[in-house]
Design a protein around this ligand. Structure first.
Ligand SMILES: NC(=O)CCC(=O)C(=O)O
Length: 267
């Protein structure tokens, strides 16, 4: 099962429509891959908060339409990264889309952990509530977006729901690059799952992006890692490996759920 991660450059001086056309062309070039992944908010830029309102789109908007056509033309499963979604009630969500090789909408994941503390995405967008998995013939995808990577319980929930390929689309900044690689490997090791972590390159809103998209196997080995610039990263996954790893080293069976909270001691 070949996976291709499109680490597209998101620079402020390129118009959104031009990047959308470039992304669609890059997806079409991945014919032969089973799964293609794009990063978080690659149309507008994950840190371009001042453009979120103007670039918001519905689930039937231009990005979904362009990506559905590209997925169908290439005959691939496409994790189309995320869009600024304007929901029917007017709220904004950071929403990831998965399209089937026929161009059908197969999964919608609204980012659960919003980044920015008391500004940016955290105040402009609503939080998703639902874990999302997508069943492919070869594997079950579990979806997370960028800052979600810091929350291990989300990925454990996805693994418990049957995910064996954890897909993280991101717009991760260069200044916290070390966290990105470390956390991607940690999520793979602790869940004995593949992790496909696809970020952006370039600089937008004054934030330099890390690039360094990475594919990690269920044993925590890095199968492929991108550099800092625009790049398509490709790796071959063995769909049997997560189950084989879980059988050979059955740490997940030793979980102790429902332990009592610590007793309060002291004065
Ligand atoms: N777009 C994001 O979620 C950024 C996350 C980030 O910068 C971090 O977790 O660090």
């Amino acid at each position: 099962m070949r996976a291709s991660l499109i680490q597209i450059a998101v620079d402020r001086d390129e118009p959104v429509e031009s990047r959308r056309l470039r992304a669609a062309a890059l997806v079409r070039e991945q014919r032969g891959s089973t799964l293609v992944v794009l990063p978080e908010l690659w149309t507008v830029g994950a840190f371009a908060y001042d453009s979120f309102e103007a670039e918001a789109e519905t689930l039937d908007g231009p990005t979904r339409r362009a990506m559905a056509e590209a997925a169908a033309d290439a005959g691939v499963w496409l994790h189309a990264g995320s869009i600024v979604e304007r929901a029917a009630d007017g709220r904004l969500f950071n929403t990831a889309l998965v399209l089937s090789p026929e161009g059908r909408l197969a999964g919608v994941y609204r980012k659960i952990h919003r980044f920015g503390f008391d500004q940016g995405e955290a105040v402009m967008m609503a939080a998703g509530e639902d874990l999302v998995t997508v069943r492919l013939p070869e594997a079950t995808l579990g979806l997370g977006t960028c800052y979600d990577l810091r929350f291990p319980e989300l990925f454990r929930g996805l693994a418990d729901a049957g995910a064996d390929v954890l897909v993280v689309s991101a717009g991760w900044p260069e200044r916290r690059r070390a966290h990105w690689t470390l956390l991607a490997r940690a999520r793979a090791v602790e869940n004995q799952a593949y992790v496909l972590a696809c970020g952006t390159s370039g600089t937008h809103a004054g934030v330099q992006q890390a690039g360094r998209s990475v594919v990690v196997d269920p044993w925590g080995e890095v199968l492929a890692e991108a550099g800092a610039g625009e790049e398509v990263l490709t790796a071959v996954l063995d769909p049997k490996k997560p189950a084989a790893t879980r059988e050979q080293f059955p740490a997940l069976k030793d979980r102790r759920l429902g332990l009592a909270p610590p007793a309060v001691r002291g004065s």
